[in-house]
Design a protein around this ligand. Structure first.
Ligand SMILES: Cc1cc2nc3c(=O)[nH]c(=O)nc-3n(C[C@H](O)[C@H](O)[C@H](O)COP(=O)(O)OP(=O)(O)OC[C@H]3O[C@@H](n4cnc5c(N)ncnc54)[C@H](O)[C@@H]3O)c2cc1C
Ligand code: SF4
Length: 352
């Protein structure tokens, strides 16, 4: 068994100093990290437990109308905060579509951003994996790859990022607050995760010791609350990661889409903002033909990385469906089961 140190610092600065040492990692709820350690995929020398740091577990309404979410806020607490869910319904819907109730009760906001890919070869230490062991090769290229990336992938790695939460956050211009050895900085979530290139082991812009302290959503993101949905397709109805997902948020005035936000999950190593599609949608009347045009624009650069060409068409269809649901209006209550490709438009939705 691999031994490791466990420490629980009292302050953010102590945590950063402890985690900046080689072989150290932060421990939040451990719902991903501990699985990786048990399987020998990750073998840290030191766990720096950040769950008791004070001040990181708050949801704060900001004077400018935005919201600040501490990195230790639990996924379930955020999804069930009624003020938050009313203002950012697609984010709440995405949170509730992830994992299981038990996991959501434990998992933290910061940990969700940094959860690792669900590529099976990454978890199988007998397989070649450039992400786990740089230079080893990529078993997924000639293996089981139907769920792998169709956008932004490289010869070195074709894995996807599994988070649901990050998808609407990216669409709504969320910002990550980071504290590190050289002080505090902010990074747009869209720029936070890295595409694999030649270094798939580097998944985010974080440097050793960097701690996510909070996420912020700007006040403008509230402007989409009346027409915002998260739609997730998965291999079974609950407790499964997205094959493809889409967050669609539109601001409709006098029958015209003034502004649209669109992001995809399950298609790339990062949540994928579809800006070309947003341009197609701006200033036009909501209409399925326009949604199809936007969907084609969103996937224009997509190419299969293996046996997964179906994901391109699936993603286009999910975009169209998500836009139809969003344009029909956010439900009064978030559905008990998140939006499904089989729900009607506008549908009879189950109460939470
Ligand atoms: C069976 C199962 C099904 C799941 N299904 C889904 C799903 O459908 N959709 C979905 O989105 N997620 C899903 N998840 C993932 C789950 O949401 C994540 O495991 C969880 O969000 C991670 O949060 P955590 O607090 O447990 O992080 P941990 O496991 O403690 O940490 C994860 C990573 O983040 C780092 N980290 C944590 N906090 C910080 C911080 N503040 N600053 C810097 N680094 C930090 C850790 O060092 C570690 O590398 C599933 C998980 C499981 C086990
Ligand atoms: S796709 Fe990426 S994570 Fe999966 S085996 Fe290849 S290098 Fe590893």
């Amino acid at each position: 068994m691999k031994t490791f140190d466990y420490i629980r610092p009292a302050t953010v600065s102590d945590a950063i100093a402890a985690a900046a040492e080689p072989g150290a990692v932060y421990l939040a709820a451990g719902t991903n990290l501990l699985d990786l350690m048990k399987g020998g995929v990750t073998r840290p020398d030191r766990l720096v437990d950040v769950t008791r740091l004070s001040g990181l577990d708050r949801i704060e309404r900001l004077p400018d109308g935005g919201v600040r979410i501490g990195a230790m806020v639990r996924n379930a607490d955020l999804a069930h905060d009624m003020d938050f869910a009313r203002a950012y319904p697609a984010v709440a819907e995405a949170l509730l579509s992830g994992a299981s109730a038990q996991l959501r009760n434990a998992a933290t906001v910061g940990g969700n951003l940094l959860q690792r890919t669900r590529c099976g070869y990454f978890y199988d230490t007998a397989s070649a994996c450039n992400k786990r062991e740089p230079g080893a090769g990529c078993a997924a290229r000639d293996g089981e790859n139907k769920l792998h990336a169709v956008l932004g992938w490289s010869e070195a790695c074709i894995a996807t990022h599994p988070s649901d939460f990050c998808v609407p956050l990216t669409a709504l211009d969320a910002v990550v607050e980071i504290e590190g050895r050289s002080g505090r900085r902010e990074v747009a979530l869209e720029a936070f995760h890295r595409l694999p290139g030649d270094t798939p082991e580097r998944e985010s812009v974080l440097a050793p010791g960097d701690l996510i302290v909070a996420l912020r959503l700007p006040s403008e993101a509230r402007g989409f609350s009346a027409h915002a949905r998260y739609l997730k397709v998965r291999e079974r109805t609950s407790y499964a990661f997205a094959v493809v997902s889409a967050a669609a948020c539109v601001r409709i005035e006098h029958g015209t889409i003034r502004e649209a936000r669109l992001a995809l999950g399950g298609v790339a190593a990062k949540p994928w903002r579809a800006r070309a599609a947003e341009e197609v949608l701006a200033g036009v009347r909501p209409d399925p033909a326009i949604y199809r045009k936007a969907a084609r624009a969103a996937l224009a650069d997509a190419k299969p990385s293996g046996d997964n060409a179906f994901k391109i068409e699936l993603a286009e269809r999910i975009i169209v469906r998500a836009l139809m649901l969003a344009a029909a209006g956010t439900p009064q209550r978030i559905p008990a089961l998140p939006a499904s490709p089989f729900s009607s438009v506008p549908g009879v939705l189950h109460d939470a």
